[in-house]
Design a protein around this ligand. Sequence first.
Ligand code: ADP
Ligand code: ZN
Length: 801
Amino acid sequence: MPVSETFDYAVPEDLRPVARVGCRVLVQFHRRKVTGYIVDAVSQTRSRDLKEIIDVLDPEPVFLPKMVPFFQWIADYYVHPIGMVIRSSLPESYVKTAALTEAGTAVLAAGSLFNSDASQILSWIGDHPDAAPPWPLKRLYPLQEKGWIMIETRVRKREISNPHALKFIRPRQNLDLQAVLADRGRSKARNEEAFLAEVFDAGAMLLSEIRLRFQNGAYLVDKWVKKNVLQVECIPVHRNPGGVAAAPPAPPPELHARQKEALKQIRRQLNQDGFSSMLLYGVTGSGKTEVYYQAVKQAVESGRQALLMAPEISLVVYLEALFRSRLGDRVAVYHSGLTQKERQYEWMRMIQGEADLVIGARSALFAPLPRLGLIIVDEEHDAAYVQEAARGKPHYHARDAAVVRARMEKALVILGSGTPSVQSYHNSVTGRYRLIAMPERVENRPLPHVEIVDMKEETDGLGRRQMLSSRLVTALGRHLAERNQAILFLNRRGFHRLYLCRACGRSVSCPNCDVALTFHLREGRLICHYCGFSCGTDIRCTGCGQRRFRACGFGTEKLEQEVRTLFPQARISRIDADAARRKGEAVRILGTFGRHETDILVGTQMIAKGHDFPRVTLVGVISADLSLSFPDFRAGERTFQLLSQVAGRAGRGRWKGEVIIQTYNPEHYAVRSAMAHDYQSFFNKEEGLRKALEYPPFCSLACVRLQGNSKKQTEAAAQRLSLDMQQILKRWPRRGREIQVLGPAEAPIARIKGKVRWQFLVKSRSPALLRHFIAEIRRASAWLRSEGVYLISDMDPYDML
Ligand code: ADP
Ligand code: ZN
C-alpha cells in the first residue's frame, strides 16, 4: 500500500519461531489482506487494538535486517513509500489466491451443486484459504462473477526449494492400487482412476509431465499427497543461469604501472575496513577491468564479498564470463534478463552467503550480501543506472544509492569510467571522492585519431543532405580492405524518421503521443517509439486529408541498407532495440562481431558501452547532433560521453584506430573536446555553464510531473498545484526563498500513451530542504486523485522530456 509509515502487528505464539526481520507476512490492513515486510521487532507498541499477523510467507528471511536503513534512505531521499521500495528490490513472484465469500460458503453448505466442477473447486478453496487454486483462472472467474469467491493477487508463499529441482511424484511404498481405489470415499474426480493407475504403473512420474497429461493434474497430485498415497521427491539439477562461461580462462596479464598504483590505493582502503569512495577515471582501453578483478580478488581473500555493477545486461554477461573463468562458481549474477525463478535462485544463494561476487545491472544494488566489503560501479556515467519512476516503482539512481549503501556497510565503493559524470568528477574535485587516474591506454596504445566532418558541406549534386560523407565511405573501404572491423553509430532506430505530408507539410504523428511516427522497413509500418502504436503507410494526412507523403531522415535500418549497397561483400549486422528484441539476441550479435564473423556493426548506443573488440579500427559516428538537440541541461554531457565512448571502441588492439564524427555543429565544445580526447577541457567548460545557470551539481533538482487523461483537467490541476506550492513556500518565510519553482509547463513531450503531461522543475541548494518540500507537496496534493490526475516526483531527475 502507498503508505509512508510502518505499522505494528502482534506475532501469534505459533508463528514466533518463523517471524523474523526480513520475512514477508500476510496481514489484515483495513478491510484487505495484504503482504507486509517485517522491518523491526519491538516489545512495546503504542497502537491500540493490535491485530495479529495471519501468516509468515517465508521460511527464512528474504532481505537482511541491515538493509532496512538502506531501504529507509531510498524511501526518504526519493520520497517514496518504503513498502514499495522493498517490494521493488526483491525478486518476488505473485500468485492469484482465492477465498470463499459468505455466499460461496452458503452455496457449498447447501449442497445444491452436487458433485459438479464448481463444488470441487469451492470445497478446495474452502479447505485452502489464501492458497493458489490449481485451476486455470478462466475457470475461477465465473465463480467470482457469481459472487462465490474473491480472487486476489498475492506474493507467493515460499517453500524451501531449489528452483532447478525436478519434481517426481511416486506412490508411497507398499501401497496397493486396488486397495487405494476401493478406499476412495465419495468425492471423485472424473479421471482420478486413470491418473492413479498411471502413476502406480510408472512408479514415478515428473510433475511437469503429469500437468501436461491431466488438466487437473496439480489438483490430483495435491489431493493424493495429502491423503498420504503419493509423495513428492525433489532431485536438484545444477544449472548456471548465466549459461556456460564463454571465455577460456586466460591468465591475468602483468599489471602496468598505473594499474599497480590504482591497486595500491584500493588495497590500502580495503585494509582500513571503513567507508571510502573512489573515482577511477581511466580512459577507454586503459585496463579498468583488470583493476576491478584484482580489487575483487583482494576483497574476497580478506573474507568479504563484492558487488560489481554494469549498466547493461550484455556487459554483465561479458564480465560474468571473464570473472567466472577466474573465480569459478562463487560468482552470482543478477539482472532483469534472468527468469523469475533464476532471479530467486541467485537471490537465495547470495543471502545464504554462497557467492563471493555478484555481477549485475541496476537491480543488483539491493543484492543481499551479508559480508559486503566492495562495490564497483562500472561505466558510472551511464544513464541506465537511473531507474525511472513508474506506477508503484520508485525512482532512484543506482550509482548514487550504491555510494550510500557502501557508507552504511563501511565498504569501499569504486566508480569507474572513461568519461566520468560531471557530478562524480565534481565530487572528486571537492574531495568527496578520491580520484585515481589512468590517462593512458595499456601498452601505450595510442588513442584513436578523431576527425570531424562538417555535414553542411556534404550534399549531392542536387543539394540534398547525405547520410554518409565521402570521407567516411572512403575510410570504410580502406579498413575493410585491410581485413579490420568497423562500427557505425547512429542513435536512432528505424528506417525513415519522419513522414511529411507533401501538401500541408504536417508530419504523421502518433494518436496517443506527441511524437512523429518512424517508418520501419521490416514491418513496412509506421511505429511510435514511445507507446508502440503502429499503422500501415496507406493513410491520409490528419491535417488536409491528402495521401501523398515525403519520407525524411534516417535511422539504423536505413543506414544498414545503405552500407549493404555500398559494400555488398561485407558481412554486416545491426544492433538496436528492434534487432535485439528477442532475449539473448544482443549478446549473440555482439558475440559474432567479437569473433570477427561480421565486418561492420551498425547500431545505437548499445554498441557505445564498454565492449572490447580488438579488431575494430574504424568508428563512424553518423550524427553527433541528435543528443545535442535534447532540451535538457545534460545534453552537452551526454554528447561528450557518447562520442568519447563510441570513439573508445576503436584501436583497442594492436592496430591503430580511426574515428570519423559527422555533425552539423562542428564547433560545439562537446564535439571538440571529444575529438581531442580532452576530458578536462570539457569538464571545465561544462562546470562553468552549470554554475552560471545554477544546475546540478551546483544545486539539487526535482521534477514534479502531473499526468492525466484529460487535457483540461491536467492543466487545471497543474495551475492549482502551483498555488498550493506557493502556499507552502509562504509558510516558510525564511527557507522558502531557498527554493525555486519553474513552471508549470507542458512537458517537452506533451502526451505519451494518451496521458497528458505537465511538469514543474524545482531547484534548491539544499537537497534536504528540497526533499522536505516534495514530501509536503505530495501530502498537500491528495485532492489530485479525485481529479483523475496522477503525480510523479523525481529527485535528481534524468528524463525531463
Ligand atoms: P577499459 O578501461 O576500457 O575497461 P579494458 O579493461 O577492457 O579497458 O582493457 C582493454 C584491453 O587491455 C583488454 O583487452 C585487456 O585484456 C587488456 N589489458 C588490460 N590490462 C593489461 C595489461 N596490464 N597488459 C596487457 N593488456 C592488458
Ligand atoms: Zn505513441
